[in-house]
Design a protein around this ligand. Structure first.
Ligand SMILES: Nc1ncnc2c1ncn2[C@@H]1O[C@H](COP(=O)(O)OP(=O)(O)O)[C@@H](O)[C@H]1O
Ligand SMILES: [Mg+2]
Length: 233
């Protein structure tokens, strides 16, 4: 999906303690692009992602995703929009501890009419041999791969990833990024990935830099393969 933001603002709190988390953000993303958002802690990266998906309301400005005018939509419509079109991956995996790997992914599948085949997807993320295990029996990287499968089983046209490798070591992090890259390329899924690890920008078609609630730089990039990535924190 193509994404367009115009003069987007979002503040938290009021008066002297007000924080302008987004302070006039313009951005254009084309369908199928892999976008990496960099910036220091507190610069507004998560807020940007949350207002795009309608998880959080913007104060002013416009957000248009394909034909959806996010800034005009009611909560109910936003929930439906998110359910049908957006996959989320967070630093915390948020798996249901009482369900197996496969059952966790099935939950995502039941949200939509036309999900991917769960077994095939578990194979794609290299978790087919772990299908009947519970989250506590898995490493962090394995849990993150399950959360990727859960997000992707819905066939989302957009994937929003907030620090997806933040809790992972280098080789596991690279594996996870390789999966995201493959999905972006095979299904033309638009990917927005937030990170504070600048080396991950090498995977992007577009690198967006944020500071103090503003976009301070947008640069095109020729992406490298995830396995060629050189990691630095
Ligand atoms: N729910 C909230 N309530 C109050 N302030 C918030 C909330 N969410 C974010 N902020 C503030 O907005 C600013 C941007 O936060 P955030 O978007 O989380 O930044 P980043 O993801 O780049 O670290 C920060 O100053 C943060 O403290
Ligand atoms: Mg954040």
């Amino acid at each position: 999906m193509a994404i367009q933001l115009k003069s987007v603002t979002k503040a938290y709190g009021t008066g002297e303690v007000q924080v302008k988390a987004l302070n006039g953000v313009d951005l254009e993303i084309k369908a199928g692009q892999f976008v990496v958002v960099l910036g220091p802690s507190g610069s507004g990266k998560s807020t940007l992602l949350n207002v795009m998906s309608g998880l959080d309301r913007l104060d002013e400005g416009k957000i248009v995703i394909d034909d959806y005018k996010i800034h005009e939509m009611e909560d109910k419509a936003l929930t439906k929009f998110r359910r049908n079109h957006v996959g989320f991956i967070f630093q915390q995996y948020n798996l249901l501890q009482t369900l197996t790997v496969k059952e966790n992914v099935l939950i995502g599948a039941r949200l939509v009419d036309d999900p991917f085949d769960v077994d095939q997807l578990l194979e794609d993320v290299g978790m087919d041999a772990h299908a009947v295990k519970y989250p506590f029996q898995l490493s962090g990287g394995e849990q993150q791969r399950v959360s990727i499968a859960r997000a992707l089983v819905k066939r989302p046209k957009m994937l929003f990833c907030d620090e997806p490798t933040g809790a992972l070591d280098e080789s596991t992090g690279k594996n996870v990024l390789a999966i995201l890259q493959k999905l972006n390329r095979s299904y033309n899924t638009t990917v927005l990935l937030i990170t504070h690890n600048a080396s991950i920008a090498a995977l992007a078609d577009v690198v967006v830099k944020m500071n103090s609630g503003k976009i301070v730089d947008v640069a095109k990039n020729t992406p490298i393969d995830a396995k060629e990535l050189r990691w630095s924190e």
